[in-house]
Design a protein around this ligand. Sequence first.
Ligand code: FE2
Length: 423
Amino acid sequence: MLDLIVRNASLPTGRIGQDIAVKDGLIAEVGPGIEAGAAETIDAAGHLVTPPFVDSHFHMDATLSLGLPRLNESGTLLEGIALWGELKPHLTVEALKERALALCRWSIAKGTLAIRSHVDICDDRLLAVEALLEVREAVKDHIDLQLVAFPQDGYLRSPTARENLKRALDKGVDIVGGIPHFERTMAEGAESVRLLCEVAAERGLMVDMHCDETDDPLSRHIESLSYQTQRLGLQGRVTGSHLTSMHSMDNYYVSKLLPLMAEAGVHAVANPLINITIQGRHDSYPKRRGMTRVKELLAQGINVSFGHDCVMDPWYPLGSHDMMEVAHMGLHVAQMTGVEEQKTCFAAVTANGAKTLALEGYGLSPGCKADMVILQAGDVLEALRLRPARLTVIRRGRIIAETPPVESRLKVLGNEAIDFMKK
Ligand code: FE2
């Protein structure tokens, strides 16, 4: 007897009419017309069933703080960092937890069940660390939450960051972060990359750095990060996030850089909503769009995932933590409108994100964890077009969120019901 069977699913691979059988929280079988009894049956009715969305880059300590203590008037990264600095002395563990948990509820409703969140460690009280460790524990049955120790004010520039990073990792923060472009000089940025990678190597941890989040064509920190990855044998465990300066770099230099990244097995994370909003702010016209070179990275065999980065915080006033919005924007900014390219943008918020996070048992094959989302769309392309309702969100074989199908009813032209899906 199965615990659950999802019938008549369309899969991201394009297979249709598939049943997904679940036993003991794991996927037991996938195929057409599975003949077995189950305690619960869900009719997917031909809708797309995908493994959960993965947000490979987020800031859960700052989320939903929009307007505290004031709004970012210039819209720049630097005013955002200054604003966050103004808010920090007023943070409390309770308020941080409340906002993070509110965000987690949104994430679950949107089918995002794995999140890598950076957490600022440049506050000697480490309140955000304390709060997010508690949130990680509180949501663990529903969301895989990874925490990155993030020295927002610079690992070398902030006087207590080194000590705080150690303390945060000792408390159980999972991953080593960094922000080399915020250090005082390019040389200090490179030095911070070296030191942080050494900390990760010593402790056997993964690395995920905010790297070259500028429009500076001469920023070189992803080169340093790739070099240190290789030198310390960290291949496959290191991620460069943002990488926006790559948008502005000299083409010859990039032709050397990308193979170096591929050789080091570095993952790349673009944050389309934020990159398109924050970068190019110092330009007149033409304005740079600031997102990293997604197509070119992929062509080198580098794993690229997309992150949401921010929801209603000092850097970004919008968002509802919907990874389909992220994929939609990524597809536009990277001009990935070809059929396979669109599918890759969907993978950037699902399977590629799972690879960045090194999630175990992710997917819809037998033996994988029974985590899945039924979308009100027939296939991946339709999902990208509609950013549709998450009808059912399932974790370890149990329904944890439901959204009724969206339907508009016209009062003219035949009083038809419309769901915007292809017939
Ligand atoms: Fe970020």
